[in-house]
Design a protein around this ligand. Structure first.
Ligand code: HEC
Length: 198
């Protein structure tokens, strides 16, 4: 192969690479050029769309009976803070959660760290309800040291974190289940630390 031949080949290859690479800064609605397209071309249903394959017409399937998804917690007490028979909230942090953390001391430690991240901006580090967001104009939340909140079942506080309440946003997507329980334990520790009569 002559030197000229080789360099023209290299030039040709360069042109091909240039032609197939996207232009910087330009958006395109076309899928990117990839040699192996089968992952893009799979058949699929859109969420909520109708299925002609399943008899009930649903594309979104329920888990097979007696199974549950990996991230789903089988116990309503742990995942919702509610008693299994639906008669009310669980009163205390479930034992299984404490065991997962390897003891109550770890639960409270974890809760303290998460509380500082997720709750203190509004409720402040002592739980009195005068956080930075309140300084910037949000109506103050109630103090965690109010009797009503001190006597609220742990499950109800868990549900408050999960679903939010009135002006408070929900945290079920941003804080994992066990961490929400850890936060509840820490709020309890915080309350005890300030409750003179206990
Ligand atoms: C964006 C600000 C904000 C954050 C962050 C926040 N809260 Fe709140 N929280 C509020 C407000 C506002 C209220 C009062 C809601 C109302 O009554 O309108 C409230 C109320 C509460 C209440 C009382 C509910 C009731 O029944 O009155 C509890 C308990 C609570 N928050 C716990 C928490 C915990 C635990 C966290 C951290 C995971 C947290 N909050 C994070 C703003 C916040």
């Amino acid at each position: 192969m002559t030197a000229l031949n080789l360099s023209s080949r290299i030039l040709g290859l360069g042109l091909v690479v240039l032609a197939s690479s996207a232009c910087r800064g330009q958006t395109s609605s076309e899928p990117p050029l990839v040699p192996e397209r089968n992952m893009y071309m799979q058949q699929r249903y859109n969420p909520q769309s109708r299925s002609t394959f399943f008899e009930d017409g649903r594309t979104m399937r329920k888990p097979v009976e007696h199974t549950f998804a990996r991230e789903m917690n089988p116990s309503a007490e742990i995942s919702d803070g509610e008693l299994a028979d639906g008669s009310g909230y669980v009163l205390a942090v479930p034992d299984a959660v404490v065991q997962d953390f390897g003891g109550m001391a770890n639960v409270v430690d974890r809760g303290q760290a998460r509380f500082g991240i997720y709750c203190a901006p509004c409720h402040d580090l002592t739980g009195s309800g005068k956080g930075k967001v309140v300084e910037r104009g949000m109506a103050p939340p109630p103090s965690f040291h109010d009797d009503r909140i001190r006597h609220m079942p742990d499950g109800q506080m868990f549900a408050t974190i999960s679903h939010g309440v009135r002006n408070m946003p929900p945290y079920n997507y941003s804080i994992p289940v066990n961490d929400r329980w850890a936060i509840v334990s820490y709020v309890r520790a915080l309350e005890l630390s300030q409750a003179g009569e206990h």
